[in-house]
Design a protein around this ligand. Structure first.
Ligand SMILES: [Zn+2]
Length: 134
């Protein structure tokens, strides 16, 4: 089966995001399913986040979705942070699927990569370069 998601980028928790373990691994069907949900989340921000990209996130624990979020408005919290805030249980040890690699710089908000490491969340993000459009 053809999949656009051939490789993923994993950042191990508790490791500095800049010197992180960066390994490429083939995505499973579950990974693809969760990433598709993250893409669907991302589209909810359409027309509201320009000039930022559309970004969606899904947090999964034990194969259950425990939180979803998206970048809702320009200058507002990023999708990762919204999904952590929407989580219905502790996110420690969970896996996050984000449609754009979590940011590692201080912009209008603190870096999401740091927030994910602090929350002990495994990152299985994939950059899609999704345009916000209008
Ligand atoms: Zn961010």
């Amino acid at each position: 089966m053809y999949s656009p998601f051939q490789t993923i980028f994993i950042i191990a928790p508790n490791v500095d995001s800049f010197g992180a373990f960066c390994i490429y691994k083939k995505m499973t069907n579950d990974d693809i399913k969760f990433m598709q949900l993250a893409l669907a989340e991302a589209t909810k921000g359409m027309g509201k986040v320009n000039p930022n990209p559309l970004v969606g996130a899904v947090i999964v624990k034990g194969n259950n979705i425990i939180g979803t979020g998206y970048h809702e408005k320009y200058g507002g919290p990023h999708a990762e942070i919204n999904s952590i805030q929407n989580a219905t249980q502790s996110v420690a040890g969970a896996t996050i699927y984000v449609t754009l690699e979590p940011c590692s710089h201080f912009g209008k908000t603190p870096p999401c990569a740091d927030a994910l490491i602090e929350a002990k969340i495994y990152d299985r993000s994939q950059s899609f370069g999704f345009r916000s459009g209008n």
